[in-house]
Design a protein. Structure first.
Length: 130
């Protein structure tokens, strides 16, 4: 199938779904109810979801690795040190909450980290992006 034909079919399908939104909602509700009440269908759907999530994780992981090798290496270094027990999670530098996240201000210095709770970690990233 040519690319042009494929694009026309996709657009026609989208247009049909827009015109028949209510019909699509009813169909999706009925399908979800059927899946929920049929063990074989439910298991198959759960397996599809697991496979899809695994595929997404692997694709995202490869994308992240290719995009920023230093960032990936810095995160892995800290994660491995925590697992081995050579680095203990600290308390948030701002509010003192235990079991804080490790935050790298500079990925080229992977061992220089700050411990921040989720709230302050999010704020630190918001300030970095400004």
């Amino acid at each position: 199938m040519s690319s042009n034909t494929h694009q026309r079919r996709l657009e026609a399908n989208r247009e049909w779904k827009r015109r028949n939104a209510e019909k699509m909602r009813e169909y999706n509700k009925a399908r979800a109810a059927l899946i929920a009440t049929t063990p074989e269908l439910l298991e198959r759907k759960l397996q599809q979801n697991r496979e899809s999530a695994k595929r997404h994780y692997e694709e995202r992981s490869e994308y992240d690795k290719a995009r920023n090798r230093a960032k990936t290496n810095a995160r892995a270094l800290i994660r491995n040190r925590i697992k081995r027990g050579t680095l203990l999670r600290g308390c948030c530098e701002v509010c003192g909450v235990p079991n804080a996240h490790a935050h790298h201000d500079d990925y080229s210095q992977p061992t220089v980290i700050r411990w921040l709770c989720p709230k302050h970690h999010k704020e630190a990233h918001a300030n970095d992006n400004k």
